[in-house]
Design a protein around this ligand. Structure first.
Ligand code: G3H
Ligand code: 13P
Ligand code: ZN
Length: 311
């Protein structure tokens, strides 16, 4: 099967009250772990690549790894640019085989965000590629830029109709209290998401796919393994899965998960290295990391996203 855009996946997910997992890929083992899980569960999938991933692994390697996964797994896969910061990176990905890009103009003023997003949409649509825009700002770290919780801004529902109609975006990422990274809430703080904002946004944008970033749950099982094998991730806290299940049943059609995969892979590698100090064959520890990635993605698809059997 060839790469697909997210148009069909989102329509089915919206109508079927489930969400598609958008998982970040950085190397072969991560691509394999994710796609093996989705393939076995017959789930549609979005593989997303950040600017940091392109810098680390090289655009061509990532595209070829995803093409290999398409040969091995008979499921629809969209290849998406995560947090495109400017027109140039979006253009490079559109020209370089991606089927979907995000232009993240959320740090700009409303008018500048519209102008930048519209420019990307015009170019992308002329090449058959779809675009995700963002309104509102998440806290956390992405591409080495740290946004503090105080600087994070919830999406204003009264801006969404104008933003979507003036830009022509195909999906919209909103900020309702999720954040990037493994430290989403302070210890003792009650995790909360603004479902009232999500409801109001979906009321104003009927049938329109909404995206949630920063949606890792930070599995305490993997945090514990990391802690017990020489790591230091004290007080790592994520979004409770029940909240994500609720989001997946709503207008949210795409749920972004990266940190959970990083934790799963790190837990596997740490455990092997700790228990076998003489291990020095990368395959020995990477295969355990890959198996953990596969397990966490299978768990998400079945128990959080509800996209199993929907390919
Ligand atoms: O939103 C951020 C993603 O987790 C990607 O992270 O920029 O470190 O690759 P990265
Ligand atoms: P997490 O850090 O919660 O996994 O979020 C990932 C993300 O939003 C990628 O765009
Ligand atoms: Zn994100």
């Amino acid at each position: 099967m060839a790469l697909v855009t997210t148009t069909e996946m989102f329509k089915k997910a919206y109508d079927g009250h489930y969400a598609i997992g958008a998982f970040n890929v950085n190397n072969m083992e991560i691509v394999q772990g994710i796609t093996e899980a989705a393939g076995e569960l017959n789930s549609p999938l979005i593989l997303q690549v950040s600017a940091g991933a392109r810098k680390y692994a090289n655009h061509t390697y990532l595209v070829k790894l995803v093409e290999a996964a398409l040969i091995e797994n008979d499921i629809p896969i969209a290849l998406h640019l995560d947090h495109g910061a400017d027109f140039e990176i979006c253009k490079a990905c559109i020209d370089g085989g991606f089927t979907s890009v995000m232009i993240d103009g959320s740090h700009h003023s409303f008018e500048d965000n519209i102008a930048l997003t519209k420019k990307v949409v015009e170019y992308a649509h002329s090449k058959g590629v779809v675009v995700e825009g963002e309104l509102g700002q998440l806290a956390g770290i992405e591409d080495d830029v740290k946004v503090s919780a105080e600087d994070a801004k919830y999406t204003h529902p009264d801006e969404v109709e104008e933003f979507v109609s003036r830009t022509g975006v195909d999906s919209l990422a909103i900020a309702i209290g999720t954040s990037h990274g493994a430290f989403k809430f302070k210890p003792g703080q009650k995790p909360q998401l603004r479902f009232d904002i999500l409801d109001e946004v979906s009321r104003r944008l009927p049938e329109f796919p909404i995206v949630l970033h920063g949606a890792s749950s930070v599995s305490q099982e993997y945090v514990k393994i990391i802690q017990e094998h020489g790591g230091n991730l004290k007080d790592a806290i994520g979004i409770p899965e029940e909240m994500l299940r609720q989001a997946a049943r709503s207008a949210v059609c795409k749920i972004n998960i990266d940190s959970d995969l990083r934790l799963a892979m790190t837990a596997g590698i740490r455990q092997v290295m700790w228990e076998n100090p003489a291990a020095f064959d990368p395959r020995e520890y990477l295969k355990v990391g890959r198996a953990n990635v596969k397990a966490i993605v299978a768990h998400k698809i079945k128990n959080v996203l509800g996209s199993d059997g929907k390919a």
